[in-house]
Design a protein around this ligand. Sequence first.
Ligand code: BQZ
Length: 670
Amino acid sequence: MRTLRKIGFAAGLALSVAVPAHAFASEPTIPPEPATFPAEGKIHYVARDSILEFKALPEYHEPDWVTEKYVKTGKLPPVKDRLPKEPLVFKTANMTDGTGVYGDTMRHVIGGRPEGWNYGAGQTQGWGGIDIGLSECLTRTAPLFQVEAKDTEPLPNLAKSWDWSSDGHKLTMHLIEGAKWSDGVPFNADDVMFYWDDEVVDPNVSPLNGATPETFGVGTTLKKVDDYTVEWTFKEAFPRQYLYAMAYGTFCPGPAHILKPQHPKYSKNTYDQFKNAFPPEYMNLPVMGAWVPVEYRPDDIIVMRRNPYYWKVDEKGNQLPYLNELQYKLSTWADRDVQAVAGSGDFSNLEQPENFVASLKRAADKNAPARLAFGPRLIGYNLRMNFSANGWGNPDERGQAIRELNRNEDFRKAVTMAVDRKALGDSLVKGPFTAIYPGGFSSGTSFYDRKSTVYYPFVNFLAGTAGGKNVEIVMLVNNDYTTDKSLAEGVVAQMEKLGLRVVLNGVNGTQRDAIQYSGRFDWLIRRNDQELTSVVQNTEQLAPVGPKTSWNHRAPESGEVDLMPFEKDLVDIVNKFVTTQDNDQRADLMRQFQKISTENVYNVGLTEYPGALIINKRFSNIPQGTPIFMFNWAEDSIVRERIFVAADKQAKYELYPEELPGKPGDKGPM
Ligand code: BQZ
């Protein structure tokens, strides 16, 4: 048994975390087999090409009231003229309840708040499915949870097809032709190029969800070929992986005809004025999504109405969406669970274990208004340390010394051994839900390999072992979630035995993102994102492959990322993964990644558990076994534009019945 070496640091900070001789480090091992937790609602796997296609249909339909109130009065062209030549057609065979009928609304409850509508400039709309519903992206991946891994490639979306050059360095993408923004203005390559040139490549702009040029490969370029064709050029050959980065979060273009005039390159605006040019009160921002924001009441509700130019249909030619309205009640994330099981809300991702038991009890009642089904263990939390020692976030002397500590392998091992993961999991919820999670990939992802996962078991260091003066570490935490706060408080208590005084900096989600992206933190608690639950989505966030891709290690304004040796290995593995087509090689690369990242404690896993989808029973076409999180959140995976409510189950919840969105910037519906 090795003894933890004395850890002491100059750097203006005398820290000695001396562990008494009788206390030993734990030997690295693999994590214990997690308690089996049968995911309910088995996924019905289908072929990738059985979900959708693009084709012209002999006839098209719309809600009768749209024809009567808007087409016959000349306010809108006929539906066939509002659709592209070949709309996206959802195949009936992939719709559990077949083609649907128009009517009703889906009442979301969310814990975030809208900063504004400028997604491309980094503003959040409050999460919880708002931005997912507004944003249509070049490709789509969320529905791929129902496609076997070997058959998986992103689905076409705004990009209806693509061709690789023979040498694999060029990708020609063909955009959907004739689709229009919700204000009737054509969508085309100019929208794609504005997003790329003026929001991703422009170093003064950071789109929401963090797209950077390196998200698509170092040195990658994009150019317009014609109105409906763009061409990617990559340094690597056949980097098919980047098709995932062209899906939601990282390649969802906004309306250039509205945004460009506000951009500093084309106006007298500052970058701040550009970012804030579309405040939450700005209604009817043109979208490619199925619903348009028509009403915003602060701390109360956002209402969205159906987009009359939406470019997707069912096989009978019914223009989608079936649901006329979406509502987002502005509350808390915990309240979302409560309202979904009570029936005053329609949807929740049950992701906070503190609510599991009460939600299960309520949903078990045969008259319960909502279905609740657990999926695989894909919700996890990591403690992430700021590894930058060359200036990211401009730390003061104390902060710099902490970063030096964070970069010390023995320090990280001491911290990970001091985490009592069983106690943390039990503090959230008792029972078979939580599992010991050392960090790295979620055990619910197909790339997970327990034997490649290095786990340093809990060591019960005796309290008061620290020599010298205690070190103070500031830990950033998202106060919007009970679970984030619970875990943070557990870490504070457990670190005391190491003589580490962890002080919480609890802020709301928007503030947390801003502080995190600027590097102004020592440690942070963060719920896992797609790179750890699907691996193929947001893959660049697995390691610092670019100056701004890692969650906890980025470059200072002018510099490089000061990679530690093991991080260089992680970067190499991720770069190889991106250009490897062979599935066995990809699986092996991710086993190597898992071993190196957990052996070196790249992040300190805390706990992981399954989430559950809660959805009101009146909705049809909910895909069986939809996980709340995998390639994306369930708001995307359930494919809301195909969901309907049978006529005899429709409730009168619509707030703007028979209304359509108004003109950009106008208040309210038309
Ligand atoms: C789901 C999701 C849809 C962001 C957000 C929020 C932000 C993070 C994360 C989740 C919320 C819900 O998650 O918790 O269940 O509805 O919105 O986007 O946590 O603070 O920055 O990454 O997705």
